[in-house]
Design a binder for this molecule. Structure first.
Ligand code: NDP
Length: 348
């Protein structure tokens, strides 16, 4: 019997950030595909902040295989849409083997699709050519409509979403200032991604350094983190500036979400309204139908011509998933976080 290893949610998270007892590594028989299904083997598993939200909010129930998007290879197919050997994007979760096709629940808006390995490394379907790239494209390009010369501030600028935002903003002729959690990340954001400046959020006098880096104020703020970083950007917002409210990762391990909302309401009264700041709440799922094709076309062309690059933080082995997940939530990642679960047949 072939064995499938998988991580299951071991308990309802106690609050705060993930800890060792939240996950348990189990094994069971590799499933047999029924008519209308295909058996797939996981190559890459995506680790994303929203997965913690699902676990904390009870969307993922105790005992379930942990949810996660994957790049997989079709090993046995009983469905015409997939051929054996195809590389696909799907949502197998934190496990070595999975099924796609009839009767297999899909992640609501990211449907399985066959990936063209000639386009780019297949791992990019989880990052720059996947949901994270589309998130950056939708929040910056579609919602905030950058104009040449705008000052764009991006938090978590070296991360999965942030690195795309920085580079798209530069392509649109903006002045870009990144915010990150280490000097090493700052160097990367400036030297590799091409930002005009980058500030370490842990630096002494962070607020003053950020103000210095934005002498003409901020026209667009791409919000990935919330908390103290948001508070530092707030006074710098120009009249008629735009915010894409993509994520508030600094708050995901807190139980005082109410106080964070209260802060947003208060600032809404004294800054947002007086300066006509436009706040766009961002949910990438709302952009798939209308923008996915356009995004894939443009982003693939940018990648091919070298105008956009990407950095991935790839951990080796399914066993590492909980550790890699915690590291990413704490900011110890550098680029898009994923785990390589099986051999990548497209790499020699
Ligand atoms: P990243 O790769 O950017 O990793 C998370 C980063 O958040 C860390 O590297 C760290 O960057 C930063 N961070 C962690 N803790 C804190 C903290 N306490 N204070 C400030 N920064 C912190 O993750 P993703 O690119 O996957 O996601 C980025 C954001 O986008 C998240 O908030 C996520 O929820 C959101 N998102 C939203 C979507 C939507 O539809 N709205 C879709 C996808 C993602 P550093 O240390 O460099 O500051």
């Amino acid at each position: 019997m072939d064995i499938n290893k998988h991580w299951n949610l071991a308990r309802s998270p106690l609050g705060g950030w993930p800890t060792d007892g939240d996950f348990v590594l189990n094994q069971s028989a590799v499933p047999e595909p029924q008519m209308g299904q295909a058996l797939v083997k996981t190559i890459y598993l995506s680790l994303d902040p929203y997965q913690w939200g699902r676990r904390r909010n009870g969307v993922e129930t105790v005992g379930e295989v942990c949810h996660g998007r994957t790049v997989s290879q079709v090993l046995k197919s009983r469905i015409p849409s997939y051929r054996e050997g195809d590389i696909i994007f799907n949502t197998s979760g934190w496990q070595e083997w999975g099924l796609v096709g009839e009767g297999i629940s899909e992640f609501n808006y990211m449907h399985p699709r066959v990936i063209d390995p000639a386009l780019a490394p297949i791992s990019t379907a989880l990052g720059v050519l996947g949901m994270l790239g589309l998130t950056a494209y939708a929040g910056l390009y579609v919602q905030c409509q950058p104009r040449p010369g705008d000052t764009v501030v991006v938090s978590a600028a070296s991360g999965g979403v942030g690195q795309n935002v920085v580079q798209i903003a530069k392509l649109k002729g903006c002045r870009v200032v990144g915010i990150v959690g280490s000097d090493e990340k700052c160097d990367y954001v400036r030297q590799v991604l091409g930002a005009d400046d980058c500030i370490n959020r842990k630096a002494e006098h962070f607020e003053a350094l950020l103000a210095e880096a934005c002498p003409e104020g901020v026209d667009i703020y791409f919000e990935n983190v919330g908390g103290a970083v948001f508070e530092a950007v707030l006074p710098l917002l120009n009249s008629s500036s735009r915010i894409s409210l993509c994520g508030l990762i600094s708050q995901y391990g807190h139980d005082d979400a109410a106080s964070n909302h209260a802060r947003w309401q208060q600032t809404g009264a004294d800054v947002f309204s007086q300066r006509s700041v436009k706040i766009h709440s961002l949910f990438v799922g709302n952009f798939v139908k209308d923008y996915q094709d356009q995004f894939l076309r443009e982003m693939s062309a940018w990648l091919e011509s070298g105008l956009i690059g990407f950095r991935e933080d790839i951990w080796q082995g399914l066993e590492k998933a909980p550790e890699a997940f915690s590291a990413m939530l704490k900011g110890d990642n550098f680029g898009k976080t994923m785990v390589q679960v099986g051999a990548d047949p497209t790499v020699n």
